[in-house]
Write a protein that binds this ligand. Structure first.
Ligand code: NAD
Length: 436
């Protein structure tokens, strides 16, 4: 099949590459000309495990091409995916300006029947809005389909190639048929496609992300209760996660969720509900608890130093919003760096891939080390922010030797309480009392 993807970010490029991998001819369109030029030279624009080799292979085999010419992309293909940003506007709603602008462009240049597929996370009614926007500029027939994306950064290739489900929102019988054919290679073991009306498909994405965020906020709330009452959230997590009705995933207490999806999608759902006079107390609480959790974490650090961080050096291990990605959008590290540097601390960070992005955001307010241990030199405390596997079982003797005082704030509950006590660390984690 001939497919065009508009927007070559985490979703667009993974989608394009994985569709090329199964034999389709894929054109990726992006309005960032420098990004297009470097992709044309085989340079991948971001870190995603497993993507680079697949990307290079499909370029070499001529199935994956790049352009900034929207008209070329639109007119060469039957299926046109929109994988465009929908960042939060000031009022919390999803900013649809990218989607609308590209829809106008498609309407202007479309010369034949097309299926336009929205993969961006968008409010209910956007499929209809895209349809109306394109219609303003053309009499040509077309369908607009909602096909929300559920891939997770860090394991995006696996998620695309072996999806749990594929949600397709459309009324068009022809589009349904084309989608079955398009996604058939990814559903060989069972039919994963769930076809519904477009409004339900649009809200399914928000409901999924809000539900996952709710699990995190719930566990964070329980972690506060555990701390106060001397219980251990990690034991509680195992105790409840073994119940099949609850499930093991997303039960980790920590510094709160971040990333390019959960914060903006829960905010957008909150706005959708409030604009439409719907009850949304749970959605509001998810946001409130998440903000309180990271604040509580930073306050603990501040109160350890009796509110005086001036002249202190604090090291952060992990800067990306989660392991195995270089994405720092809404990463907890940003809030922590902001707060600590505003309080006068010197902040040093280390991350396997995300260091340069944090550096360009904070400039002189942060130093980025090339090595996790070098980052600790003369530091007054270590904060574990992102649970990359290189931080799971570190050399604690080296840590103790490098730190000025043996203080660790663990935002991800990575270390054993008894071991930390035996090693003589002042160790603070989430929802667990330190053993002294
Ligand atoms: P991104 O910011 O990584 O990528 C967006 C791309 O679109 C960029 O390369 C940008 O240059 C390009 N772009 C912007 N305007 C354009 C235009 N006018 N023409 C052509 N290209 C243009 O975004 P992302 O993380 O891939 O997310 C895209 C959408 O998918 C969002 O709605 C997001 O909520 C949703 N989503 C993201 C994830 C994720 O894990 N990142 C998962 C599921 C859904």
């Amino acid at each position: 099949m001939k497919i065009t993807i508009i927007g070559t970010g985490y979703v667009g490029l993974v989608t394009g590459t994985c569709l090329a991998e199964t034999g389709n001819d894929v054109i990726c369109v992006d309005n960032n000309v420098e990004k297009v030029a470097s992709m044309q030279n085989g340079i991948i624009p971001f870190y995603e495990p497993g993507l680079e080799s697949m990307f290079k292979r499909n370029i070499e085999q001529g199935r994956l091409t790049f352009t900034s010419d929207l008209a070329h992309g639109v007119n060469e293909s039957l299926i046109i995916f929109l994988a465009l940003p929908t960042p939060p506007a000031e009022d919390g709603s999803a900013d649809l300006s990218y989607v609308i602008k590209v829809s106008e462009g498609i309407g202007v240049c479309m010369n034949d029947y097309k299926i336009i597929v929205n993969k961006s996370t968008v409010p209910v009614g956007t499929t209809e809005l895209v349809r109306k926007t394109i219609r303003k500029y053309t009499d040509t027939e077309f369908d607009v389909v909602s096909n929300p994306e559920f891939l997770r950064e860090g394991v995006a290739i696996n998620d695309f190639m072996k999806p749990n489900r594929i949600v397709v929102g459309t009324r068009s019988e022809y589009a349904k048929k084309v989608f079955r054919e398009l996604y058939e290679p990814y559903m060989r073991q069972s039919d994963k496609m769930i076809v519904m009306d477009e409004r339900s498909a649009e809200i399914t994405k928000y409901a999924a992300n809000a539900f996952l965020a709710a699990k995190i906020s719930f566990m964070n709330e329980i972690s506060g209760i555990c701390e106060k009452l001397g219980a251990n959230i990690e034991d509680v997590r195992k105790g409840i996660g073994t119940d099949d009705r609850i499930g093991k995933q997303f039960l980790y207490a920590g510094i709160g969720y971040g990333g390019s999806c959960f914060p903006k999608d829960v905010l957008a759902l909150n706005k959708i509900a409030s604009d439409n006079d719907c009850e949304h107390e749970m959605v509001e609480s998810i946001i409130k608890i998440n903000q309180a959790q990271r604040k509580k974490f930073v306050n603990r650090i501040k109160s350890f130093f009796r509110g005086d961080l001036a002249g202190k050096t604090i090291t952060l291990w992990g800067l990306s919003f989660k392991p195995e990605t270089d994405d720092i959008r809404e990463a907890p590290s940003i809030y922590i760096i902001d707060e600590l540097s505003a309080a006068g601390a010197r902040v040093v960070g280390y991350d396997p891939v995300a260091g340069p992005f944090i550096k360009s955001m904070f400039g002189d307010r942060v130093s980025i080390a090339d090595d996790q241990y070098e980052a600790l030199t003369d530091a007054d405390a270590l904060i574990l922010v992102t649970e990359w596997s290189c931080f799971r079982n570190p050399n604690f003797d080296t840590i103790a030797g490098k730190l000025k005082s043996k203080v660790i704030f663990d935002g991800r509950n990575q270390y054993d309480l008894i071991k930390m006590s035996e090693l003589g660390f002042n160790y603070f984690s989430v929802g667990r009392r330190s053993v002294v």
